[in-house]
Design a protein around this ligand. Structure first.
Ligand code: FES
Length: 241
């Protein structure tokens, strides 16, 4: 079944998802003062094929309801099709190197108790800092950061192919579309982007790096039908706060 999984961008329209890709909602919450983690959100319907909204205007998010045809959505793809290795810069630490391509969804998983992914990489001669640097890099949904061990091997989480609709109640907005497990992504013109273990697609319609999320949903105050408020309530109920 895995070989049938793919995402195709439709011109000025939604993401067409094929191959029975599992779909879930995940809510970004804090554990302690700085550690971010995802908890389950509402159940979403599963289907062999579905269309995810890319313009941010749908009344039935995360699915497309055709609203893109009536707004002023410009879905032009502006992201580079160069490979991650071609785009990324390296941060060299004593026990770890971290690649960074600058794509940020403002989800803050790169921040840990002892520092952020960059400072932790620079102090990776301490075992706890090395472990934390790996978490900080690998837990980032965008795939921006990739740790390399001393032999140059990439360290990655083992994700099964699936899609998570992100909610960001800590900043009061809805987030992007977290694609996991190496699902191929085709542009509206038919070219294929580099297939990666993790990436985040824009669903507010405003990214300057379409189809990828650039974090602009935060300053744009993107809300999909008030979900972050519901997410916040769910989190408080679950955690008794
Ligand atoms: S892409 Fe169709 S409603 Fe948003």
């Amino acid at each position: 079944m895995r070989e049938k999984m793919k995402i195709t961008i439709l011109e000025n329209g939604p993401y067409l998802v094929e191959g029975n890709v599992p779909l879930a909602e995940k809510i970004n919450v804090l554990q302690g003062r700085r550690l971010h983690r995802f908890i389950d959100g509402r159940p979403l319907p599963q289907a062999e094929t579905y269309r995810l909204c890319r313009c941010g205007l749908s009344k039935t998010p995360p699915f497309c309801d055709g609203a893109h045809a009536h707004g002023d959505f410009d879905g032009t793809e502006t992201a580079s099709v160069k490979s991650y290795r071609e785009r990324a810069k390296a941060v060299e630490g004593p026990e770890l190197t971290m690649l960074d391509d600058g794509r940020c969804a403002l989800s803050k998983f790169c921040h840990r108790q002892k520092g952020n992914a960059w400072t932790l990489t620079l102090t990776s001669n301490f075992e706890d800092c090395r472990d934390e640097a790996i978490h900080a890099a690998c837990d980032c949904p965008t795939g921006r950061l990739t740790p390399l061990d001393q032999d140059g091997n990439e360290i990655e989480n083992n994700y099964q192919p699936s899609i998570d609709i992100m909610q960001e109640p800590l900043v009061g907005v809805s987030g992007g579309i977290f694609v996991k497990g190496g699902i191929p992504l085709f542009s509206a013109s038919g070219k294929i982007y580099e297939t990666r273990n993790r990436y985040v697609l824009c669903r507010c319609g405003k990214s300057y790096n379409k189809p990828f999320c650039d974090g602009i949903h935060v300053s744009a105050g993107f809300l999909d039908q008030g979900r972050p408020e519901k997410a916040k309530r769910l989190f408080r109920k679950k955690n008794n706060v």
